[in-house]
Design a protein. Structure first.
Length: 129
């Protein structure tokens, strides 16, 4: 019988795969232009949320580099994945595993539109040949 940690690792692997395939759509938590300005001003990474079936997930990067008024603080890097309700209230925090950083990178890749830019560049190159 599988232990719970192994099940969570497999579940996170499925979330990564669904994200990479575009079948799980993530969004930056919060709305409006003010959010982007706030993220830039605070130098904190955004949290992301996605709906899978009837459940919502929130993925947050914690730690890393934070800019203060006079100093830069380095703290251990970690990631939190939660099951949340529609209002954003945490219902359950998924145990931290090594796959969370990979999921975070997949979400950033999806939301940044890297695939579109890459495909456009490759089409540009093939059009010149």
């Amino acid at each position: 019988m599988q232990n719970v940690a192994s099940k969570w690792l497999q579940a996170i692997s499925v979330l990564i795969e669904l994200t990479q395939q575009g079948r799980l759509k993530w969004q930056v938590e919060g709305t409006g232009i003010g959010l982007a300005a706030e993220i830039l001003r605070s130098s904190k990474a955004p949290s992301y949320r996605a709906k899978y079936q009837e459940s919502w997930f929130r993925l947050t990067k914690k730690g890393g580099q934070e800019m203060g008024a006079l100093t830069t603080i380095l703290s251990p890097l970690g990631f939190t994945l939660e099951i949340i309700d529609e209002a954003g209230n945490s219902l359950f925090v998924i145990p931290e595993t090594s796959g969370l950083q990979d999921l975070y990178q997949a979400v950033q890749y999806q939301l940044s539109g890297v695939d579109k830019v890459l495909n456009s560049l490759l089409q540009e190159k093939s059009g010149r040949i």
